[in-house]
Design a protein around this ligand. Sequence first.
Ligand code: 9YT
Length: 131
Amino acid sequence: MIIRNIKDIIGTDKEVHAKDGQWSSRRMLLRNDNMGFSFHETIVYARSKTHIHYKNHLEAVYCVSGNGLIEDLKSGKVYEIYDGIMYALDKHDEHILHGGTEDMRLICVFNPPLVGTENHDKHGVYPIINE
Ligand SMILES: CC(=O)NCC[C@H](N)C(=O)O
């Protein structure tokens, strides 16, 4: 069994910050944990804007506090995000995440699991790391 406290992750190398400061990702379960997915707590800062396109991963995201919007770049549709809303990028959906008036706290699951060092490239993509 694995038991972890977010307090032991914040401020370590398992907390990854967006290069432009829009979000912070606390990586609680990673590939080395052999769960078949990775599990993160992500804070998306109020009034931020992030272009994301996870070409190599599927991601499900559950909001537990704060507010924001997700803009689907294929359909042009915009959906509100707040406590209780889940979205799943089941088609590797390219999108823009807009921070709202308060920081959003999101629980995120990735398949395949992240190794832990991944950060977005200029297209909002995480690479596959095969080491
Ligand atoms: C919601 C989202 O995708 N934010 C970007 C960070 C990502 N969730 C991560 O935890 O690496």
